[in-house]
Each structure stands twice: as C-alpha cells, then as structure tokens.
Design a binder for this molecule. Structure first.
Ligand SMILES: [Zn+2]
Length: 161
C-alpha cells in the first residue's frame, strides 16, 4: 500500500498516459495507456460530486502532468431555494512553488460568484487529500481508497499489502 496525494497521483497518471501514447506500439504501451486511464477514472471518482456538482470529467486531451483540467457542472439554487440554471465550469490546476498547486475556476457564474468561491474550496481541499493505493498482483488492478483500509482484493479476494 502506498499513501498518495490525489492531485500528484492524478498528474503522474496523466503524464504516464501521455508518455505511453508517445511510445506508440512499443513495450505494451497500448495496454499501459488503458491502465493509466482506468486509474485516472478511479481518481476522478474521489473528487467531490453530489450536492450540486455533477458530471465531473478530466479533459485528457488538454491535461498534462503540469496542468490538469477538470470539467463539470453545478446546479445553482436561487434565493428562494429553487433550482435555477446549470453552470458549466472548468477547474485548471497548475503547480505553485508556495502552495503546491494553484487552482483557477472558470465559467459563467454571473450573480453566483459565491458558488465560484465554494467550488474553489471544495476542489482545493479534495485534490490535496491523501489516498491509499492498493495493487492486486493477481488481477493486475489498482484500487484507491480514501478512508477504509483494503485487506483483500474486492474482485479475487487475494491478500493485499
Ligand atoms: Zn484481485
């Protein structure tokens, strides 16, 4: 088991995927591209969703190890407590010497500027969280868990270290 920071593991997997794509057909590069994509998908599931945030996707065509773009939508609620419109937004994550990462949220927030600040905090906290990475040698699968410990593989029951 390894303990990892979510944003760093995401950046590592995104860069590793790009490196595999560059290799073309050599050294099982197609297989590994798929493996990294599975990991990116699992890491994406650890990002905040629900309570208004829906449809999180990682823009793999424009993300690199040094810049990650996350696209999503937020269902805004008006002052009377009714659902208003969906706000499509992007979170761009870049490295920062002082803070480790720097986030930029963009989208047409209009009168909902407080939502922009809210999303900033929620994504900033969640990307900095640590996650435990488990690997099952039998299934050749990677599992990420935030809080619970995984002692055996959820698929084959193999003991995990
Ligand atoms: Zn297994």
């Amino acid at each position: 088991m390894r303990e990892l920071t979510i944003y760093r593991e995401l950046a590592n997997r995104i860069q590793a995927r790009l490196n595999c794509i560059k290799k073309g057909d050599q050294e099982n590069a197609v297989y590994w591209t798929g493996e990294h994509e599975k990991c990116i998908e699992s890491l994406k599931d650890l990002l905040p969703s629900g309570s208004g945030i829906e449809g999180i996707s990682i823009d793999l065509s424009n993300s690199t190890g040094e810049k990650i773009i996350i696209d999503s939508s937020f269902h805004a609620m008006n002052d009377s407590g009714y659902y208003d419109r969906w706000i499509d937004f992007s979170v761009t994550i870049t490295p920062s010497l002082i803070h480790g990462i720097s986030l930029k949220i963009s989208g047409r927030f209009g009168k909902y500027q407080d939502i922009k600040e809210y999303l900033f905090d929620v994504f900033d906290d969640s990307l900095r969280e640590t996650v435990k990475e488990y690997y099952c040698q039998n299934c050749e699968e990677v599992y990420y868990r935030k809080r619970e410990e995984l002692h055996s593989c959820p698929v084959c029951g193999n003991k995990l270290q």
